[in-house]
Design a binder for this molecule. Structure first.
Ligand SMILES: *Cc1c(COP(=O)(O)O)cnc(C)c1O
Length: 452
């Protein structure tokens, strides 16, 4: 079979038509849509295969050499390999690869830094922070006394404001990094503020971990006490999380022990060995020229999207981008984020609505649109593909007729044109890699084989 595309996969010996038909349908959906959700990426087939491997069958509470179950010899070596690679690609003092998600990585990092509770200063959800940084809906808000900093009208972090807040509040931990911040983060300045306030610094690079590893965004590792990230976004790994130790900390060994205990048994039980195998492969991939080239395309593609939006008169949060992400401010265009997202989805373009600074609309409607270039670049797309994608997005936004915050019509001709453009671009991109088989002789005839 073709490992990249999965063509030639065998029909399964057992049949569950309902599940396998849905898997096949999902594969086609991913190949035929233009995925531009900033929090998403596309995993190489090796990640999918590791993740679908027999490591799923290994139960091994604890850490390498210190498991509470037998039969973990191979898994021990894999986890050590994953940790070594993560340390190497980020230059970190240690790595914990067990968190099942980015949220769990943050829960564990906070628990390691604040075993008996304390005060946290983080960017608010509205300004682009993350739920797990102490938002009211998250358990983190009940465990710590949380205060937030925001962004300016222009969508930029005001470091003077952060410093003033930190010196007034004297938090135990300052968190930087978020989910909707398109500009570069100044980790050195954050560390200086944390030091002045007597706080530890936690940097969450979930969205930009690939650019950090590729040297296209400054690294927090020399400045933060702990660095967290999810592994399925820009790292193009499996769903999961990672905690890294900073290099400028008083006692990295002690911090590593505290992170270890905070992950297990603090917030999790058994690790996910299949996912750790996939992380090990993904961290190896991060060190390759291929990955670095992809990251360069991510950045140039995002700049191209920003240029097209600016050329068409759209305001951009942060006035542009240094990363994979463009946050367009739709206020004043008569179209909400909700309408834009739904209209584009109906054309096969996936983006998401997002609040913008001083947004008066609720998050479920939102005045902004967040667009990312990870998947486009992972499928081999470059700035030219991104420019065409942005033109088609702007075209749809220009054709949509809004009847209210969550009500619209899109003229059929505009939708048909957009769909044609999507098909053209997807046709030039690499296929989304296939997951482990056996599924069916080919992707396209799964339907025939599967459906009664
Ligand atoms: C996505 C994200 C997370 C959470 O990751 P999950 O794996 O979804 O729990 C944490 N922090 C930031 C900044 C993120 O963008």
């Amino acid at each position: 079979m073709d490992w990249e595309t999965g063509a030639g996969r065998m029909r399964p010996a057992f049949e569950d038509d309902a599940v396998f038909a849905l898997l096949a349908e999902e594969e086609r959906r991913q190949r035929d849509t233009l995925q531009m959700v900033a929090a998403a990426s596309t995993a190489p087939w090796q990640v999918l295969w590791c993740n679908g491997s027999v490591l799923t069958n290994v139960t091994g509470e604890g850490y390498p050499g210190r498991r509470y179950h037998s039969g973990c010899g191979v898994f021990d070596r894999l986890e050590e390999l994953a940790c070594r690679r993560a340390r190497d690609v980020f230059g970190a003092s240690f790595a914990n690869v067990q968190p099942h998600s980015g949220t769990n990585a943050n829960l564990a990092a906070l628990r390691a830094l604040l075993p008996r509770g304390g005060k946290v200063l983080s960017m608010s959800l509205k300004a682009g922070g993350h739920l797990s940084h102490g938002a009211r809906a998250s358990v983190t808000s009940t465990l710590y006394g949380v205060h937030h900093y925001g962004v300016t009208r222009d969508g930029l972090i005001d470091l003077e404001e952060v410093r003033t807040l930190a010196l007034g509040l004297r938090p135990d931990v300052v968190i930087c990094g978020g989910s909707a911040y398109p500009r570069e983060l100044d980790f050195a300045a954050f560390r200086k503020i944390a030091d002045e306030a007597g706080a530890a610094l936690l940097a969450d690079v979930s969205h930009i971990a690939g650019l950090v590893a590729a040297g296209l965004h400054p690294s927090p590792v020399p400045y933060a006490h702990l660095v967290t990230t999810s592994t399925y976004k820009q790292l193009a790994g499996p769903r999961g999380g990672l905690v890294l130790g900073g290099t400028n900390v008083p006692d990295p060994g002690e911090l590593e022990r505290r992170v270890g205990a905070a992950v297990f048994p603090g917030v999790q039980g058994t690790p996910a060995p299949h996912s750790i195998a996939a992380k090990a492969w993904a961290f190896g991939h991060v060190a390759t020229p291929d990955f670095h080239a992809m990251c360069r395309r991510i950045v140039t593609a995002a700049r191209a999207v920003a240029e097209v939006f600016a050329d068409h008169g759209y305001a951009l949060v942060g006035s542009g981008t240094d990363t994979h992400m463009v946050l367009a401010d739709l206020r004043g265009t008569g179209t909400t984020g909700w309408v834009a997202e739904k209209a584009l989805e109906s054309c096969g373009v996936l983006v998401n609505r997002n609040v913008v600074p001083e947004d008066t609309l609720p998050a479920a409607v939102a005045g902004g649109l967040r667009i990312g270039t990870n998947t486009l670049a992972a499928r081999g797309g470059d700035a030219e593909h991104a420019r065409r994608a942005a033109e088609l997005i702007v075209g749809v936004l220009g054709s949509v007729e809004s009847h209210g915050p969550t009500s619209y019509t899109l003229p059929p001709a505009a939708r048909a044109l957009a769909r044609r453009r999507v098909a053209e671009i997807c046709g030039e991109l690499r296929d989304v890699p296939a997951g482990p088989g056996p599924l069916s002789p080919t992707t396209t005839n799964v339907q025939e084989v599967m459906q009664p």
